[in-house]
Design a protein around this ligand. Structure first.
Ligand code: ADP
Length: 471
């Protein structure tokens, strides 16, 4: 029929030989399935045969079937999931438990238990290797920490690291008279405001600061430096006591000044008398020459004292040996011969019974005694200057005393006479050759011999110097 020509299945059958379609029938209002087939008859004429059937029932059955199928698969899916979840959970639980037992017992766990769990052994080996590396790292960190600690504690300057709140992270115990131990905050630990102010300034400005401070109550100089360790927001504080260095520099300046001064006086005298000598009357020439000679001697004395000082400072080593008291006396008398003669002096030796030999540095002891006896004769207005040397020993010490009947030393000057270049009063003595170095040389030598020197004196009566040297 012509009105069927446009139907989908007919069109398909014309072109492809067969056609199929499902659609709502306009006449019946139900879903119908149509199938069309094209064929030729024996006369070579084309026919298309079409059949149709109610599809709604099949569709309903199909939908029902699909619904059942979906529900079935959903249930299957859930049960498989549920089962698998529990299975995995149990498996994990077992594995974790095995791992736990293994970690507790380690390799001691018998190999039967591990038969199916070779991975545990592998895991264990990796763990062991890892642990080994960790232990090595910890050990080397520990060594580094110890070295760092030793370095920090062995320096004689204060070193401390604080955080931005001013709490100490690390610090050494040096200079504990400035920084109290056991305090965590720098504000509580640092004793002096001068140092606190420097740290405060660096903390607030975040700048590196290095300043010299003088702490009046303890009369010492320090260099305080605070460095901002930028990336870590920490501040490194170092404090160094520079009092000694400062004093040495000051002393060296003073020393050079004094040397120049001491040399200038005799040199000017020599120069003046030599010029005067040219025009001097014959009878005065002897006196002038005598003065020149005296000043040359003084120069010699000064230079010898300077050389002695530098020798003591540069060669502080001791040359200990056994020598007899007799030899010491002989050598001393020899070096004092001229002065004893000129001053009409008397030097007596009083040695403890049985003390024959001494173990010490012969040269140094000789220089000490020579200087002290020389002074006892020079600073002496008695007709017969008398210098008595007493020598005795105890189990631990040698004790020497040099007693004179000289002019004595004023009480308020006693603590100064061992200072370099110190002379009590130039007017009260005829000793023009003095440099004020003799007693400082004596003190330095006594200290090198591990001894101590002290003096008692009374003006116009005399002085006694006492030396105690450890055996
Ligand atoms: P110098 O003798 O070269 O002046 P010293 O250092 O030996 O220097 O002595 C320092 C000062 O101590 C002397 O100037 C002197 O006034 C005083 N002095 C030292 N020994 C005696 C002494 N035995 N009696 C009195 N005064 C002394």
């Amino acid at each position: 029929m012509d009105n069927h020509r446009n139907r989908e299945e007919i069109k398909e059958a014309i072109t492809l030989g067969e056609g199929f379609s499902i659609r709502k029938s306009k006449t019946l209002g139900l879903n119908y399935a149509y199938y069309a087939l094209r064929f030729k008859n024996i006369n070579n004429e084309f026919y298309i045969l079409r059949t149709s059937g109610d599809y709604s029932k099949q569709l309903y059955q199909l939908k029902l079937f699909s619904g059942i199928l979906i529900i079935f698969f959903l249930i299957l899916n859930f049960s498989v999931h549920f089962f698998y979840k529990n299975y995995i959970k149990r498996d994990f639980y077992n594995k974790i438990n095995k791992m736990k037992t293994f970690l507790i017992h380690g390799e001691k766990l018998n190999s039967k238990t591990l038969k199916d769990e070779a991975w545990l052994l592998e895991f264990w080996n990796v763990l062991k290797e890892w642990q080994h590396i960790n232990l090595e790292n910890i050990a080397s960190l520990d060594i580094e920490r110890k070295i760092l600690n030793n370095v920090i504690t062995s320096v004689d300057s204060f070193i401390g690291l604080i955080d931005e709140n001013g709490d100490f992270i690390i610090k050494n115990d040096s200079l504990d008279y400035l920084i109290l131990k056991g305090k965590d905050k720098y504000l509580e630990a640092v004793k002096y405001i001068e140092i606190v102010n420097i740290i405060k300034e660096s903390l607030s400005t975040k700048k590196n600061i290095s300043k010299e401070v003088y702490i009046l109550p303890i009369k010492e100089y320090f260099i305080v430096s605070v460095k901002n360790i930028k990336n870590e927001n920490r501040f490194l504080i170092t404090i160094k006591n520079i009092t000694k260095t400062k004093k040495t520099i000051e002393f060296q300046k003073k020393f050079i000044n004094n040397v120049g001064h001491e040399l200038k006086t005799p040199l000017t005298n020599i120069k003046g008398y030599l010029i005067a000598l040219e025009d001097a009357p014959e009878n005065m020439k002897g006196e002038f020459l005598e003065t020149v000679n005296h000043n040359v001697n003084k120069l010699e004395n000064i230079i010898s004292d300077f050389l002695n000082i530098s020798k003591i400072e540069n060669y502080p080593s001791l040359n200990l040996r056994v020598f007899s008291v007799e030899d010491l006396e002989k050598s001393l008398r020899k070096s004092l011969h001229m002065i004893i003669l000129n001053k009409n002096a008397k030097v007596s030796f009083n040695v403890q019974n049985g003390l024959i030999n001494i173990v010490s540095d012969f040269e140094k002891l000789n220089t000490i005694l020579k200087n002290l006896v020389e002074n006892s004769i020079l600073y002496n207005n008695s007709k017969i200057p008398h210098s008595e040397i007493f020598l005795k020993e105890s189990y631990t010490h040698y004790v020497l005393e040099i007693k004179d009947n000289g002019i004595g030393i004023p009480r308020n000057k006693l603590n100064k006479i061992f200072d370099r270049f110190y002379r009590v009063d130039k007017a009260r003595t005829t000793n023009l050759g003095g440099t004020g170095l003799g007693l400082s040389i004596v003190k330095a030598l006594v200290e090198q011999l591990n001894g101590e020197i002290s003096v008692i004196s009374e003006e116009n009566k005399g002085s006694t110097f006492k030396i105690e040297i450890k055996k």
